[in-house]
Design a binder for this molecule. Structure first.
Ligand code: CO8
Length: 259
């Protein structure tokens, strides 16, 4: 496993924990951290034992307070055109593993956008989410304008983006911005409960279900239904489908093999 400077990773029993680790600056995402996240996601993607990538922030006060503003200040216009953070978050959205963002404390700007690129978001009672980029004279640029509006609807998205308002965990849950809301004490149990369910599933099915949702979302209904149908045709041909259906009929737990 690689050694990282601004993140920590732990790969254990199908779970790949990726911890953003610059707590002194509220886990602000600098260039090194972004490059390391990219490398770690590749590492997880290439390990067929990994089923879930869990993103979290070190220190309990912040998931990530956004792009590193010191570095952001120096960026030139054309640097905004490279894939950068937007490209990295697309890679995370597209990766074949299930992804979970654990939002403890602040998830702001690029930190919130990282959470938005994950499949499932869990917020604690100290969570605060927002896209305050307009306060800095810029706009959300790592997918936030698109993903936030698709997740919570245009009204909430424009309200959050234009006012820069910070939404607390319980309100985020009510808006559908996060799928789980728990106290910090309940967090570990909640993560265990979600990941336990996912790791029991077949990797091919996880991958294709995810792609059908993400890639189908922006297509016409008809094209998206075809993606679903073709994906189903692929899983119908797997040993895992035989295993899953046999296990049900034999009243035992399935043992999926990724084939
Ligand atoms: N970047 C750099 N340093 C930061 C950041 C940040 N995003 N956030 C916090 N820090 C630093 C502070 O400067 C401070 O450093 P120091 O101790 O040296 O003074 C330290 O972290 C602690 O911060 P605070 O004292 O402010 O801690 P608080 O607990 O009082 O407040 C907050 C925490 C609310 C998170 C506050 O620090 C804050 O508002 N941070 C900025 C949040 C923000 O505006 N984020 C958006 C950044 S822009 C962005 O993410 C754009 C992404 C898309 C870019 C695409 C480009 C193409």
């Amino acid at each position: 496993m690689s050694i990282y400077q601004n993140i920590e990773v732990e790969n254990n029993q199908g779970l790949f924990w990726l911890t953003l680790n610059r707590p002194d600056v509220r886990n602000a995402l600098d260039a090194t951290m972004l490059q390391e996240i990219d490398q770690a996601v590749t590492e997880a993607e290439e390990d067929e034992n990994v089923k879930v990538i869990i993103f979290r922030g070190a220190g309990g006060k912040s998931f990530a307070a956004g792009a590193d503003i010191k570095q952001l200040k120096e960026r030139e216009p054309l640097e905004a055109l490279v894939p950068g953070m937007q490209g990295l978050y697309k890679k995370i959205e597209d990766c074949s593993k299930a992804t979970i963002a654990v939002v403890e404390g602040y998830a702001l700007g690029g930190g919130c956008e990282l959470a938005l690129a994950c499949d499932i978001r869990v917020a604690t009672d100290n969570a605060k989410l927002g896209l305050p980029e307009l306060n800095l004279g810029i706009i959300p640029g790592a997918g936030g304008t698109q993903r936030l509006s698709r997740i919570v609807g245009k009204g909430h998205a424009l309200d959050m983006i234009l006012t820069g308002k910070i939404v607390k965990g319980d309100d985020a849950y009510r808006m559908g911005l996060v799928q789980y809301y728990v106290t910090q004490e309940e967090l570990d149990e909640q993560i265990d409960s979600i990941t336990e369910k996912i790791v029991q599933k077949g990797p091919v099915a996880i991958k294709l279900a995810k792609h059908a949702v993400h890639h189908g979302y922006d297509l016409s209904g008809e094209a998206a239904m075809w993606i679903e149908k073709l994906s189903q045709a692929v899983v119908f041909g797997t040993e895992d489908k035989q295993e899953g259906t046999s296990a049900f009929l034999e009243k035992r737990k399935p043992d999926f093999k990724n084939r």
